[in-house]
Design a protein around this ligand. Sequence first.
Ligand SMILES: Cc1cc2nc3c(=O)[nH]c(=O)nc-3n(C[C@H](O)[C@H](O)[C@H](O)COP(=O)(O)OP(=O)(O)OC[C@H]3O[C@@H](n4cnc5c(N)ncnc54)[C@H](O)[C@@H]3O)c2cc1C
Length: 314
Amino acid sequence: MSGIIIVTHDFVRDIKDNQGGSLLKWIDYHAPESVADAVKILADSDGKARPLAGGTDLIVQLRVKDPRVNAETVVDIKKIPELNQMDYDKSGGLTIGAAVPLHLIYNNPDVVKHFPAIIDSASLIGGTPIQGRATLGGNLCNGAPSGDSIPNLVAHKVIATVAGPNGTREIPVEDVCTGPRQTSIDSNELLVSLYFPNPGEGFGANYIRFIPRNEMDIAVAGAGVSVNISNGKFVDGRVCLASVAPKPILVEGASKALVGQPVSDEAIQNAAEAAREAASPISDMRGTAEYRKHLCEVLTRRALNTAVERAGGK
Ligand SMILES: Cc1cc2nc3c(=O)[nH]c(=O)nc-3n(C[C@H](O)[C@H](O)[C@H](O)COP(=O)(O)OP(=O)(O)OC[C@H]3O[C@@H](n4cnc5c(N)ncnc54)[C@H](O)[C@@H]3O)c2cc1C
């Protein structure tokens, strides 16, 4: 075992703060090379270990001593070969390992050709330096209601494969986030990969968000959508919203408004209104609840129009 020190103050390294607390927190660091070893470390740590992917959320949370991240051990997952794979298989599905950084995802030729909408969120999280480290898996497992990739994963009907002491299990991605920064992945489990099923003919998707300024910030609201179109009708449709509820929400009413309907402005508007109704946002410095609900309608309508275009439907 080796160790890293998370420095919690820029200049003072070895003295107590004015409450007598330590300014340093010792964190044990492991870099296992197999899923089994990683799971064993997590399972042996009694809930006090955290997987480390890109670290762009976790390191920040440890540094500010976020009480929700009470980690005494970090398990760096980047040396596990299985978690670094990206495979596009013959049935048309795409598997992205939990440690693959965003820049490798949006530059991957199979993503560009078959799943271009993944790029919508992968290329807007943070900026270039963040995208060199950050992962889709970390964005999902962090469980923030504002996680920009999560609506997109839900729109693509992604299946999460999770490994734990009793083997692996698969979770539809819409069931992963359970509340603010809470997920259904246990502390002794590890997200291994995300599987994007073949969306089939007539598929289009899109993710867009609204931020108040043209700089790095979390979304005031975001909408990830997908459609399948056949013979001028919606045969499938999904809308998932970010930043407007305690967790990203799949809007069932939007699917109902689309499926079976001819591709039309009316059907899209009905789905957008369902999104507005489903949102239960808070008011904060980024926007009022009413403003966020309005954004849900606008973003859903715009994202659906783009998804329809990408599906070749307009
Ligand atoms: C400057 C800056 C800008 C940012 N901008 C955005 C933005 O625009 N949009 C946005 O959504 N986010 C943004 N973020 C947040 C962050 O970059 C993303 O959430 C990123 O995708 C996290 O991925 P990561 O690999 O760095 O996760 P990490 O920090 O490594 O992990 C995040 C959480 O997930 C857990 N975890 C990671 N991998 C696994 C796994 N395989 N199994 C189980 N648990 C796991 C960790 O233990 C931790 O709790 C920003 C962060 C910074 C610092």
